[in-house]
Design a protein around this ligand. Structure first.
Ligand SMILES: Cc1ncc(COP(=O)(O)O)c(C=O)c1O
Length: 406
């Protein structure tokens, strides 16, 4: 007699991890759109711009030239050379090619680093509010995420004393992201100094510096890499970066890292048993993005800055909402504390930021993401990587939605 099939049982390491809440909100928004609702989605962390033409042409040329085979494991010689040159040119940092790794997106680079370094129960301090994937990736790698919240009063930046209190003998990494998803907060050299001093006092803690939004800093704000501020940390820092956000190349899947050679070599072991190399064609495109004309960065930054100002001003004009002006990235992280406890026209009391976001989507056709999933409530994140006209409509809807509360 055949044995009855056992019910599917996921591995313990993913048992408590769901599909990203942002993807779920996106799916619900898409469903409402299919039903004919004019939903505006301000959820995705993706530039609305297209990949520049010179980059697309480089990919087409690579296909035609037969660059369609496996490449060197963690990046072609030319790709690594372009990344070395980028760090020299833009960051004043010197890396050898064997200190560079290239993966299928910054996400894979982070995943490789965590898989290559964490043992079961190792702790990773994460500056919160944080990109939700950080914590899930730590858990998948067997680690324990330890969020440390940067309060709004401190510009959502990590406080050095809080960091020091969170460090234990099991801490392996501090994950820091400037400019930040979701808060848009960025760190000057002076902001970084006390944090880096803490790390100097705890030599067993490594720094993962996610600089993927570095080109999106507004006004006179200058984004600085922690390694530039404190060169003594170079030998235990992994800089994470990529072409997804700067060059509107999210679908191409190319990210890179720079760090000490033994770490980079261990990360290559992980990648060699998952995806092998990043796409040969995408690497050819990314080389052109890094080596080709850079004017596009300026133009797009100017456009993002106008949108940031539009959204911040509109939100602050709504009684009950307040929004700090972020220094960078393409997100605002506004407080909705003033609407919690208020009642919708249909009689529902808004008890959390998640309730508020659900209300905005279900009754006012605007999809935004609750701060609670990024580790800080009651806030909501808006991604303003959307056309200005659409942003204006969305802001009008949010104002009306709040006005309708009693
Ligand atoms: C802070 C941060 N790091 C990394 C990534 C991943 O980028 P990639 O497309 O290169 O995997 C994202 C994407 O949303 C992000 O917000």
């Amino acid at each position: 007699m055949d044995a009855a099939p056992l019910a599917f049982r996921p591995a313990r390491r993913i048992a408590n991890i769901g599909v990203s809440e942002i993807l779920k909100i996106g799916a619900r928004a898409a469903q409402l759109k299919r039903e004919g609702r004019p939903v505006i989605v301000l959820g995705a962390g993706e530039p609305d711009f297209d990949t520049p033409d010179n980059v697309k042409d480089a990919a087409i040329a690579a296909i035609k030239a037969g660059q369609t085979k496996y490449t060197t494991l963690d990046g072609t010689v030319e790709m690594k050379a372009a990344i070395v040159a980028k760090f020299e040119r833009e960051n004043g940092l010197s890396y050898a090619p064997n200190e560079i790794t290239v993966g299928a997106g910054a996400k894979q680079v982070i995943h490789n680093a965590l898989m290559a370094t964490l043992d079961e129960g190792d702790e990773v301090v994460i500056a919160a509010p944080f990109w939700t994937s950080y914590a899930d990736m730590v858990i998948i790698a067997g680690g324990v995420p330890v969020p440390v919240v940067g309060r709004e009063e401190n510009g959502f930046r990590l406080n050095a004393a809080d960091l020091e209190r969170a460090i234990t003998p099991r801490t392996r990494w501090l994950m820091l992201n400037s400019p930040s998803n979701p808060s848009g907060a960025a760190y000057t050299a002076a902001d970084l100094r006390p944090i880096l001093d803490v790390l100097l006092r705890h030599p067993h803690v490594w720094l993962m510096s996610d600089e993927i939004y570095e080109h999106l800093c507004y006004g006179n704000f200058v984004c600085t890499s922690p390694v530039k501020v404190e060169p003594a940390l170079r030998d235990r820092t992994l800089i994470v970066n990529g072409v997804s956000k700067s060059y509107a190349m999210t679908g191409w899947r190319v990210g890179y890292g720079a760090g000490p050679q033994p770490l980079i070599a261990a990360m290559a072991v992980v990648q060699s048993q998952s995806t092998t190399n990043p796409s040969s064609i995408s690497q050819a495109a990314a080389i052109e993005a890094l080596n080709g004309p850079q004017e596009v960065l300026q133009e797009r930054r100017a456009s993002f800055e106008r949108r940031r100002n539009l959204v911040v001003n509109a939100l602050n004009a709504v009684p009950g909402l307040t929004c700090r002006k972020p220094e960078g990235a393409f997100y605002t992280f506004a407080s909705c504390a003033g609407v919690i406890g208020r009642k919708t026209a249909s009689g529902q009391v808004l008890e959390s930021d998640a309730d508020f976001c659900r209300y905005l989507l279900e009754e006012h056709d605007v999809a935004v993401v609750p701060g609670s999933i990024f580790g800080l409530a009651p806030y909501f994140r808006i991604s303003y990587a959307t056309a200005e006209a659409e942003l204006r409509t969305a802001m009008t809807r949010i104002a009306k939605a709040v006005e309708a509360l009693s």
